[in-house]
Ligand binder design. Structure first.
Ligand SMILES: [Zn+2]
Length: 428
């Protein structure tokens, strides 16, 4: 059994301590621990967090291996401090059967960089007409508990109701991509002052908010659990706040890019800023930050959406929607939430590890940094400052909106059940 001593790490941002990993488990936490028989890692005041958990990742395999594979995506995840990711179902073929989810799950296990928990499609082929085999996917080796047609909205209220009823039986959750399709036909960016000036088709806030309002009411009606993907508007925050105050079982996520970037960037016509839901206004950004701080929004999820160069390096109207995010998420959260005083590191651990693990039922993840727990850990050099250079990404894709931007913080080490997947910023 190999032993590692992490010396002088600020556990959740607290006072420096030593953490001894023995095999797959945290064996000791304390001050002045002996390094005898262990490999020592000098943390020197870096922050130690439970391994991050992403509830919303697009790994693209099977079918779009030119964008990303389970291997490259999980290497990107380990590089960003993640020990578990939930892989969205909009692959080719769609992850709507036990066979496909088991394939994705097994690839994650084989590569060993990060646990991969597949998300199952809600409807067959993401077509929104017929419920997929939710029970079979849950009972498969992949043990699916989260279901989503992400990329598309489950817009039929009857289908949504049936899905909520079905997953209730085994404690699953439906993760909704809230986008009323008719209200967003031809949409190119947020509907507002900027879209009017640029003459681009608008994606109005109400298209998101109306679906969230409907779905929290449906969840209440059937007594089931709904999760809202990538919430992006101030109005959506108000609806979720209201629903939680009524005791409705709803959780919500926000992406790093919606915490930092606004639709003003679309004036550049750089397709790297094209994303769904679109970048919103400064007012929305501020409301999202406050909601993440006060717990109305439960978690940060990346919506890591890799695209090959040719799908992004074209005119705005033709470009694919989405951004990579696994390797920059923690830095964006440090800048927008920690350095603004809205969250401390314990709060970051809660929003990026504990709660996403709980929502997705990712066993062994999001656990306290204490004796007897699985050694899923990430070490962050929070004093680091540097420009984002996509050439160094482990992801197969480079479509980041942060190229050349200075962001704080850098993950230096990641451990998955005691095995180092990232050492001194280098993948093992
Ligand atoms: Zn989505």
């Amino acid at each position: 059994m190999s032993k590692t001593l992490i010396r002088g790490a600020k556990v959740l941002g607290g006072e420096p301590q030593d953490v001894l990993i023995d095999g797959e488990t945290i064996a000791e936490v304390g001050v002045g621990l002996s390094a005898e028989g262990a490999e020592a890692v000098e943390a020197g005041g870096k922050v130690l967090l439970p391994g991050l958990v992403d509830l919303h990742t697009h790994l693209r395999e099977p079918g779009r291996e030119d964008s990303e594979t389970v291997l490259t995506g999980t290497r990107a995840a380990a590089s960003g401090g993640y020990t578990a990711v939930f892989a969205m179902a909009n692959t080719f073929p769609v992850a709507d059967t036990a066979g496909v989810v088991e394939q994705v799950y097994r690839l994650g296990q084989e590569h060993g960089y990060c646990d991969v928990q597949p998300i199952g499609a809600v409807t067959v082929g993401l077509e929104g007409r017929k419920l997929a085999e939710l029970g079979a996917m849950h009972e498969s080796a992949a043990g699916v508990t989260v279901f989503s047609d992400d990329g598309k909205c489950v817009d039929d209220a009857v289908i949504m109701r049936r899905a909520l009823e079905y997953v209730k039986a085994f404690g699953g959750v439906v993760a909704q991509h809230a986008q009323e399709p008719r209200l967003t036909e031809g949409a190119q960016m947020n509907e507002g002052v900027v879209s009017a000036e640029l003459g681009l088709g608008g994606w109005p806030a109400v298209a998101e908010e109306s679906i969230i309002a409907r779905d929290v009411l449906l969840a209440e009606h059937v007594g089931s659990r709904v999760h809202i993907c990538h919430l992006s508007t101030a109005g959506s925050v108000e609806i979720v706040r209201w629903a939680k105050s009524r005791g409705i079982d709803v959780t919500a996520e926000v992406t790093p890019h919606h915490l930092l970037l606004t639709d003003e960037l679309v004036r550049t016509y750089n397709p790297v800023y094209k994303v769904n839901p679109p970048l919103r206004t400064e007012r929305d950004v501020m409301a999202l930050r406050e909601a993440l701080a006060d717990g109305t929004i439960d978690i940060v999820a990346t919506d890591h959406a890799p695209h090959p160069h040719e799908d992004k390096d074209c005119e705005w109207a033709a470009a694919a929607m989405g951004m990579v995010g696994l390797e920059t998420a923690l830095s964006v959260v440090q800048q927008t939430m920690v350095e603004t005083g809205l969250l401390d590191w314990a709060g970051v651990a809660d929003r990026m590890s504990v709660k996403p693990a709980r929502i997705g039922r990712a066993h062994g993840h999001g656990r306290p940094v204490s004796v007897g727990e699985p050694a899923n850990l990430t070490l962050v050099d929070t004093a680091y400052r540097g420009e984002v250079d996509p050439a160094g990404f482990a992801s197969r894709s480079r479509n980041t909106p942060y190229e050349g931007r200075e962001l704080p913080g850098r993950v230096t080490h990641t451990w998955l059940r005691g095995k180092a997947t990232l050492v001194d910023g280098k993948l093992t």
